[in-house]
Write a protein that binds this ligand. Sequence first.
Ligand code: ZN
Length: 331
Amino acid sequence: MPVLHQAQDSSRTADDESDARIPPRAHHVYLSPHADDVAFSCLGQIARRQLARPQSSQSDPVEQTLVTVFLSGIGQRRQEDEKAAQILGCQYRCLELPDAPDRPEIRGDLDLFMRFGPQHLGITNEVVSRLLPWLPATAILYAPLGVGGHIDHRITHEAARALAYQRGPSLRLAYYEDLPYALAPYALARRLAALGITSEERASPARERAAYRDWLLSFPHMQRRLPGLRLFMSHVAAHVAVQADGDPGRHRPGFPPRLRPQLVNVTQSVAQRTEVIAAYASQWPLFAASPEALTARFAAYGHALAGPSAEPPDCCERIWFDDGVHGPQST
Ligand SMILES: [Zn+2]
């Protein structure tokens, strides 16, 4: 399982609120490219903050907002999203921007995993413009790291960097590890390498492509296709996604990233995981046979992040603060 042990050694197992650089009453804003991304990747830390509320302030909600960026239409996926936010006890906003397949710059399925480029600046600017007037004065903005190469994840990632730069140091920026994409062998290490962090968890390009192809083939929605077609689709998609994942940071606008990992212990807050995953009834069947099976995969990832510990094992999520987004002198 690709958990990037080398980076883990430099992480602190702590809660993010223990970071002196984060004001105690900062608003936590989670950017979710699609309706399920934050729920899959960050629900432990969101639930943890709710559980940590003092009894005296039960009626005083923790300032946490889930913002879904791309959601075409207002059908089932919107309802699933609202239900998950309700379970997690956080506020909810939806920018209602069109999903990638509904935008003119995306001309086919493979464009979903194309490199971030000039044709995406318009939609990125739209995300920034809609969020900038609304963002709380003091906030931590959580955006996808961009593992897996999906263009909507990359656009959200780049928009978050632009927002942090525009707002200045009162807005701290952190990235979460995109699940389920981070479960694919080498995917996280490949993306981190593009952002300047090298690890030993890499392989030859051919081997990484084959690993990503095999990972794609393991999904139920691929299993339902004809054998020859699913092999071809997985092979081509893996080729494009691996290329997009490894797109070097120097091709991006703005200051070079300075990533600082932090593990968040979410052991006490994983009880809600299956309930939240089950809320996304249109999405979990794409990735697993049941909400419980998907929960188990995410939990295994969290246990591996936590490393050898207590019995039963601890469970962690990892975020990466970008200390370089405000410029080379910022902390
Ligand atoms: Zn997504």
